[in-house]
Design a protein around this ligand. Structure first.
Ligand code: LLP
Length: 417
């Protein structure tokens, strides 16, 4: 980490190819009886080199915009191995996905289906479509990332789903043949999956009574990652709960897709920062770093916990666990904050850490997913660099932005009206 900081500077996201690949392989193994297409969720960490690492292992991609589809294709994944979700697909995005030969379009509403049908008909391109259903299940996660409850904007409720197939099931070009679910993220117990899939199977039986055959099921993502020690079920735990429910469908020839993001990328990455200053205000101690919510929004936006530890602790202490309140001697309660102009600009609050000083390097753990992909340029902060470690090879996979980059699109002013 010291060498990476010396050569790439900070703030920098550092990813491990071995960890990315290891998580992918474990999911593949756990769900092998379903032989699913494992579509890595590009939104979690979209760097081309990360996508290439997973593409090399046979990953498909879960995309939510035409930009993500372009990234997937650029990384070597054929569009036919990509599934495309999202409540607000623009016409130009639908057209581009159809022309690219998208593997599966996940449809979120009647209005969207009618638009896809119209565009596919005009282009005379057939496309496989899955209806995203909203099973009204509580995934017991942050309300911002809870997507399978009725009151959220996602999918079509189960009552309407049956009518949906009756109304649109015979479309000439938009071939409605599958079901899609993604009920939230992260989901730390298996029960919400069990509940959602049990309801899905009941719907499939009802559809069968209407003469509709479901040919594919996209199970979505949402598997947890270990932000704190052993907090998350393993890939095998999720599979053990899910497989018994859906294996009978596999035996009937149904094709499966999975869309894991966080469970592959989160703890394949750390955010490497430098301490700029330390300061005290009353009893409170702060370590002010060279990035905060601009690089990693999750603590500020969702109140998420990320373990933070110095690269070289001054007292040599190595924490026994990732717990936030360590009863170890020589630690001081500190807030790890960024340089931005808001009190919401923090990475960790009231954390027991070894004494810190100017120039110390800090690693913010489990930052590989929804770190760089949610980073912003607030306060004219150039985006961090990204580095990928593959065995002994350390490669800069995204240059640090410069302030020049930030101003580039503003230099030329065009009078419009
Ligand atoms: N499929 C769909 C349709 C999704 O919307 C998502 C995530 C995934 C798959 C991947 O979920 P995962 O396996 O990564 O949990 N920014 C938030 C997470 C938002 C997730 C949005 N959708 C965070 O930082 O926690």
């Amino acid at each position: 980490m010291r060498e990476i900081a010396r050569t790439a500077g900070t703030p920098t996201f550092v990813y491990s190819s071995a960890t990315l690949g290891g998580h992918f392989d474990r999911l593949k193994e756990a769900f092998a009886p379903l032989d699913p297409l494992l579509c890595y969720s590009v939104k979690s960490c979209a760097n081309l080199s990360v996508l290439r690492t997973l593409a090399a292992r046979g990953a498909g991609m879960d995309v939510v915009s035409i930009g993500e589809l372009q990234r997937a294709v650029e990384a070597g994944v054929p569009a036919s191995h990509c599934v495309y979700a999202g409540v607000g697909k623009r016409d130009d995005e639908i057209i581009a996905a159809l022309e690219a030969g998208i593997g599966l379009l996940n449809i979120e509403s009647e209005a969207e289906f009618e638009n896809v049908s119209r565009l596919a008909g005009q282009l005379r391109i057939s496309v496989r479509c899955a209806l995203r259903i909203n099973p009204d299940v509580d995934p017991k996660t942050h309300r911002y990332t809870s997507t399978g409850k009725k009151e959220t904007k996602f999918g079509v409720d189960l009552e309407r789903a049956r009518r949906f197939f009756q109304k649109y099931g015979q479309d000439a070009f938009a071939k409605l043949e599958g079901l899609h679910l993604h009920i939230g993220s992260p989901i730390y117990t298996v029960e919400p999956y069990v509940e959602a899939l049990t309801k899905t199977c009941a719907l499939i039986d009802e559809l069968a009574m209407d003469g509709v055959t479901i040919r594919s099921i996209d199970l979505g993502g949402g598997f947890g990652a270990d932000y704190e020690s052993d907090q998350s079920p393993s890939a095998m735990d999720y599979a053990d709960a899910i497989l018994p429910i859906v294996l009978p469908l596999k035996q009937r020839g149904v094709q499966f897709f999975l869309e894991p993001g966080r469970s592959i990328a989160a703890n394949a990455g750390v955010l490497l920062l430098s301490v700029l200053y330390t300061k005290q205000s009353g009893e409170k101690r702060f370590a002010i770093c060279d990035a905060g919510m601009n690089a990693l929004l999750r603590p500020s936006h969702y109140g998420s916990f990320h373990f933070v530890w110095p690269v070289q602790p001054s007292n040599g202490l190595v924490p026994p666990t990732r717990s936030s309140t360590l009863a170890m001697p020589g630690l001081l309660a500190q807030d790890i904050v960024g340089p931005l102009c808001e009190s919401g600009d923090f990475l960790a609050l009231d954390r027991s850490l070894p004494p810190l000083s100017r120039g110390d390097l800090l690693a913010v753990f489990t930052a590989g997913a929804y770190g760089m992909s949610m980073a912003s340029r607030y306060n004219s902060s150039p985006l961090p660099a990204e580095v990928l470690v593959t065995g002994g090879r350390v490669a800069l996979i995204r240059e640090r932005e410069t302030v020049e980059d930030l101003m580039e699109h503003e230099r030329h002013v065009t009078v419009l009206l």
